[in-house]
Design a protein around this ligand. Structure first.
Ligand SMILES: NC(=O)c1ccc[n+]([C@@H]2O[C@H](COP(=O)([O-])OP(=O)(O)OC[C@H]3O[C@@H](n4cnc5c(N)ncnc54)[C@H](OP(=O)(O)O)[C@@H]3O)[C@@H](O)[C@H]2O)c1
Length: 226
């Protein structure tokens, strides 16, 4: 059985990835609150922005990093701390994780998925901080894909609004949900499973020819105008 490290498998898209894989894959979940109990899941409680990552004895065949933020404010209201905090959770946490498990990923010729956002592809008001952090995630993805070519594949997914705890404030009532659907050419926002299915594909050997890509899953909002 292969082993995947899921950073943030307790909620949202990470939990949907765990649900997809838990019957066929050994899962090492790392999050601030534990994930569900299951015979194939080992869970570590850790805040990746402050704590040392657990040392793992086992092989690591793939890794997905799910922590992120949605901190939407005007540039006037965004403080330097906002930028720093967003950068810490989206970028530094991912770097820290990759450094912790680099040797295992190289040994198993592994695969990594990081998360960007449509905010790095589409200029939107109030998105300066998250766009800056997610653009850094995209640069990191492409640079590491080059540096580790033939050893580890690195890809990123750039979702639009997805129905998770992180986005709950954007979808908190029926009016907001409907208005969010109407903003997208496909007249929908995403459910976690749709994003998890793409992540699981990229992590799998079916995607063995794909590296260094940032793949939008965006209900058409980035490239389609109707
Ligand atoms: N949802 C959206 O609309 C949306 C849109 C674009 C991009 N994205 C990106 O997609 C990724 C997944 O988003 P999501 O909506 O699934 O987020 P989520 O609902 O907040 O889930 C994030 C997961 O990461 C864990 N986590 C958060 N901070 C952590 C920390 N400091 N240390 C350890 N674990 C931490 C959380 O668990 P604990 O709370 O237990 O720690 C949770 O399991 C993020 O990178 C996000 O930026 C999401």
């Amino acid at each position: 059985m292969k082993t995947i490290v899921v950073i943030g498998g307790s909620k949202g898209i990470g939990k949907a990835i765990v649900d997809n894989l838990k019957e066929t894959t050994k899962i090492i979940n790392i999050s601030r609150t534990p994930s569900e109990e299951h015979k194939n899941i080992v869970s570590y409680t850790c805040d990746v922005t402050v704590d040392k990552l657990p040392e793992l004895e086992s092989e690591v065949h793939s890794l997905v990093y799910c922590p992120g933020s949605i901190n939407l404010k005007s540039f006037t209201r965004l403080t330097l701390d906002d930028f720093q905090n967003d950068f810490n959770v989206n970028v530094i946490g991912a770097i820290k994780t990759l450094k912790a498990y680099e040797n295992q990923l190289v040994k198993s010729k592994g695969s990594v998925v990081l998360f960007s956002s449509v905010a790095s592809m589409l200029g939107m008001p109030f998105h300066a901080s998250i766009a800056a952090s997610k653009s850094a995630v995209e640069g990191l993805t492409k640079s590491l894909a080059a540096e580790y070519a033939t050893k580890v594949r690195f890809n990123a997914i750039a979702p639009t609004v997805t129905n998770t705890p992180l986005a709950s404030r954007l979808l908190r009532n029926e009016k907001q949900q409907e208005s969010m659907k109407q903003r997208h050419p496909l007249k929908k926002y995403l459910e976690s499973k749709e994003v998890a299915d793409l992540a699981c594909y990229l992590l799998s050997e079916k995607a063995s020819a794909i590296t260094g890509q940032v793949i939008p899953i965006d209900a058409g909002i980035v490239t389609v105008k109707i």
